[in-house]
Write a protein that binds this ligand. Sequence first.
Ligand code: FAD
Ligand code: NAD
Length: 471
Amino acid sequence: MTGTSHDLLVIGAGPGGYVAAIRAAQLGLRTAVVDEHPAAGGVCLRVGCIPSKALLESSQRLVAARSELAAHGGVAGEIGLDLAAMMKRKDRVVTTLTRGVSSLLKKNSIDHIQGRARLGGVDGELREIVVTAGDGEQTLQARNVIVATGSRPASLPGIELDGGRIGTSTEALAYGEVPERLVVIGAGYIGLELGAVWNRLGSKVTVLEYLDRILPGADAEIATAAAKIFTRQGLDIRLGCRVLGAAVKDSKEAVGCVVEVEGQDPIECDRVLVAVGRTPLSEGLGLEEAGVAMDEHGFIQVDERFATPAPGVFAIGDVIGGPQLAHKAEEEGMACVDGIAGGYVHIDYDAIPGIVYTEPEVASVGRTEEQLREAGTPYRKGAFPFRAIGRARATGSLEGFVKILAHAETDAILGVHILGSHAGDLIAEAVAAISFGASAEDLFRTSHAHPTLAEAIKEAALAVHGRAIHM
Ligand code: FAD
Ligand code: NAD
């Protein structure tokens, strides 16, 4: 394919890259996507969102069968665990979806090229992209390039990831046995989700967090309430822990790991999951040579149209920083392509939700109470617990509450935070409300079907005005 030219070449077929490519094809651009991995869908589909949610679902069903079925009148014998079957199901879910993305690329006549890409020189209005696969190398040309190379797990000094006992989310999505003792470093998204999976499957899970709270960035009241519930579920969450190192300890009796924490006794365990954030994949792409700027952490710097200073080179998704979320990458992919095609580029980052898929789930959109206080924004707060909602009583999912923050003068909704079952689905209403500039009154004057969990949102909106009905 040497010398072939495209209107747009996207490097990376993750949720940012493949969605950008499909949008470009819809707009009539001749488009190619290059990914070094044969399966399309990026981290999200292969080793991120999808396999983690498959395991969260399977492990929660096991918990429900063991501890909730009897109350509903279900009678079952002892419920065992077939971990291999659970992993096989997860792999099938992943394969179905990655193949689905490949078919979408094909259906949209997008050239899907496997190989590692880097930027080359400029030939008139065309940018060269060198793609290496196996021993071969080909040079493609494109009018525009979107870098959507995503991110990889970060580590800590003193920790050598051995790809086995001391590993990242990628290994923790595929352990071949239930570790007796698992130490998770970091109480963020990954630490809590995968910590929950292995806790449900029988591991003794210790979560070490550097800060004095879990889920930095989430509303503090919600995070504190969530931490209490997760502790009750069996997670040993230790805050204010500075991890100095972790190493594999190979003795005559057993192979295990030791985690060193400042000022504490070393912790022995069978596996360590390092979940302390993700680093942008911006190396080896020829970016500096092309004139693309990066910050001190390696995140590519872009303007409001996702353009870099290198003509025709754009970047989106995890590699440019901000919330490292699949739907944020997708939004940026679509907006960037709209801009390349001469259209309007706009993303409301205040309306990008974040969800932690534990049970109960933690979902939020907009400002936290801390952010409003810090900014000196006058606000009113309305909260409503699920335990006062009929549907929650019927399902038995009583934990958590909805919290709505609205401007004290205009009543505009500024933030919505939910801790509860299905919070990740419930938050969609709040995202739409914030996107359309709705007020708390708009929300409570909207009919909410009975009996649904969404009634807690209506009640919380009423509570902003001191008018909750069922409390
Ligand atoms: P990526 O998905 O990282 O895709 C980048 C692609 O670029 C990769 O396929 C890679 O192979 C390719 N690539 C990189 N360099 C090159 C190169 N030089 N040449 C060719 N190809 C290259 N987000 C959510 O919103 N919800 C979730 O539930 C969620 N769960 C997660 C669970 C886990 C365990 C992890 C690790 C992440 C999770 N995320 C979740 C985050 C989400 O996966 C990322 O935000 C998202 O994948 C970023 O999309 P992206 O397109 O920017 O990059
Ligand atoms: P994170 O940023 O969510 O959490 C990292 C945690 O590690 C933080 O609480 C941080 O304070 C802590 N930490 C940092 N250094 C530490 C140290 N030295 N010792 C102890 N704790 C330390 O990162 P993550 O959990 O690795 O996930 C990476 C990203 O992937 C997330 O930020 C998120 O964007 C994405 N993700 C999203 C989902 C989802 O949407 N449900 C799920 C998984 C991952």
